[in-house]
Design a protein around this ligand. Structure first.
Ligand code: GDP
Length: 361
C-alpha cells in the first residue's frame, strides 16, 4: 500500500506526532537521532459517514480506509553526502510515496533546536536542500548513459529535455513537486528518475496553543509552502488527546476551540495527496470504506474487493450517501424514488458512492 514518510530535523516533534498517530506509547526522547529505525503506523482515515451508515443498516462493524505513515530517522545537514544517518534516510524516503515534513514552530527553551533557533523557513530549506542535492546526484549519475542513449536514439529527445529541465529546476533550489504545481514541468515526464522531490509534499507545522489560534502566522507559514498543503497542530496536545477516551477527547478539542484533531486533518490531507479516494459498502455484516485511486472505474473498484468481482463484472448498483441517508437506508424507498443508479464498465467512481457490484462467477 502507499506510504507517507515523516521527515524533519531532530527535536521538532516527529516521534511525539508519530506515536500519537499510532497511539503507540514509545517515549519520545529529547535527543537527536532518537528515532533510528523506520516505524510504520497505519491510521484510520476519519470518515463521519461510517457510523451514520452503521446505525442505518444495524451493524456494529465499521472498517475505515487507512493511511500508512512511516517515521523516518531525523535528517541533518549533509545527509545527501551520507553524513550521520544520511544514506539510510535517503533510502527510506525513496520507498515512501509522499513526504510529510514536520517543522518546528513551537518555542521551548528546554528543548534544544539543532540549529540553535526556531526558524521554520530555514528548517524547510535545510531539509529540502538535502533532498534537492540527492536528486541532482541522481541526475548527474544518470546523464552519461542518457547522453549515450540519446545519440543511439534509444530514448526520445523530449525525455532528455525533460531531464535537463528537472536539473535546472533543482539547481535553482526548487523541488520538482513545487515546480510541477507551477506548471514548469510534468512529473510524468521524469517519472523514470524516481526523484525524491517529485513526491507530493505535506508540511506539518508543530505549533503551540497560542500559535494555533494565530491566523496571521498560520497564513504566513501556509503561504511559504503553497501550493503544497500545510497542517497545523500541537504534537504534544495531539499526544495527550490520544490518551483520553472519545468523549473526553471531544471535550478537550472543544475547549481548545478545535473542530477536529490535527491528526485527523493530517490523515485526510495525506490520503488526498496520495491520490486516493474511497467508495462505500453498507450491509448487515459491515460498513466499509474501500480505498481506491482517484479516477478508478467501477470494474477497477470491484477488483479492490475481489479480483473475481473485476473479472466477472456486470454492473454496479449505486446510491449516493446523501440519498441513502435521506431514505433512512431503505432500499425499497431508494428504488421507488429512482435513486438507485445502474452503472457500467466505464463509470468513474465518485466519493460517497455506496455500491453493490453484480458479477458473474
Ligand atoms: P523528534 O526528534 O523530531 O522525533 O522529536 P520528539 O518527538 O522526540 O520531540 C522532541 C522533544 O520536544 C520532546 O521532549 C517532546 O516532548 C517535545 N515536543 C514535541 N512536540 C512538542 C510540542 O508541540 N510542544 C512542546 N512544548 N514540546 C514538544
Amino acid at each position: 500500500s502507499l506510504t507517507i514518510g515523516i521527515v524533519g530535523l531532530p527535536n521538532v516533534g516527529k516521534s511525539t506526532m508519530f506515536n500519537a498517530l499510532t497511539r503507540n506509547n514509545v517515549l519520545a526522547e529529547n535527543y537527536p537521532f532518537a528515532t533510528i529505525e523506520p516505524n510504520t503506523g497505519i491510521v484510520p482515515l476519519p470518515d463521519k459517514r461510517l457510523p451514520v451508515l452503521a446505525k442505518l443498516v444495524h451493524t456494529e462493524k465499521i472498517v475505515p480506509a487507512t493511511v500508512t505513515f512511516v517515521d523516518i530517522a531525523g535528517i541533518v545537514k549533509g545527509a545527501s553526502e551520507g553524513e550521520g544517518l544520511g544514506n539510510k534516510f535517503l533510502a527510506n524516503i525513496r520507498e515512501a510515496d509522499a513526504i510529510c515534513e514536520v517543522v518546528r514552530a513551537f518555542e521551548d527553551d528546554d528543548i534544544v533546536h539543532v540549529n540553535g533557533k526556531i526558524d521554520p523557513a530555514d528548517d524547510i530549506d535545510t531539509i529540502n536542500t538535502e533532498l534537492i542535492l540527492a536528486d541532482m546526484q541522481t541526475i548527474e549519475n544518470a546523464l552519461p548513459k542518457l547522453e549515450k542513449d540519446l545519440r543511439g536514439k534509444k530514448i526520445e529527445p523530449a525525455y532528455f529535455e525533460a531531464v535537463k529541465k528537472a536539473k535546472e529546476i533543482l539547481e535553482a533550489g526548487e523541488t520538482i513537486d513545487h515546480a510541477a504545481a507551477a506548471g514548469k514541468i510534468d512529473k510524468a515526464d521524469v517519472y523514470d528518475l524516481h526523484l525524491l522531490t517529485a513526491k507530493p509534499f505535506i508540511y506539518v507545522f508543530n505549533v503551540d496553543d497560542d500559535e494555533l489560534q494565530n491566523d496571521d502566522l498560520k497564513k504566513k507559514l501556509a503561504d511559504s509552502v503553497a501550493p503544497a498543503p500545510a497542517v497545523f497542530l500541537n504534537a504534544q496536545f495531539e499526544a495527550d488527546l490520544t490518551e483520553l477516551d472519545e468523549a473526553d477527547a471531544r471535550e478537550m478539542l472543544e475547549d481548545a476551540g478545535l473542530a477536529e484533531s490535527g491528526l485527523d486533518q493530517l490523515a485526510r490531507v495525506g490520503f488526498d495527496i496520495l491520490g486516493l479516494s474511497t467508495f462505500l459498502t453498507a450491509g448487515e455484516k459491515e460498513v466499509r470504506a474501500w480505498q481506491i485511486h482517484k479516477g478508478y472505474t467501477a470494474p477497477q473498484a470491484a477488483g479492490v474487493i475481489h479480483t473475481d468481482f473485476e473479472k466477472g463484472f456486470i454492473k454496479a448498483d449505486i446510491v449516493s450517501y446523501d440519498d441513502f441517508v435521506a431514505a433512512e437506508g431503505s432500499m425499497t424507498k431508494i428504488k421507488e424514488e429512482g435513486k438507485l443508479r445502474q452503472e457500467g464498465r466505464d463509470y468513474v467512481m465518485q466519493d460517497g458512492d455506496i455500491v453493490e457490484f453484480k458479477f458473474n462467477v
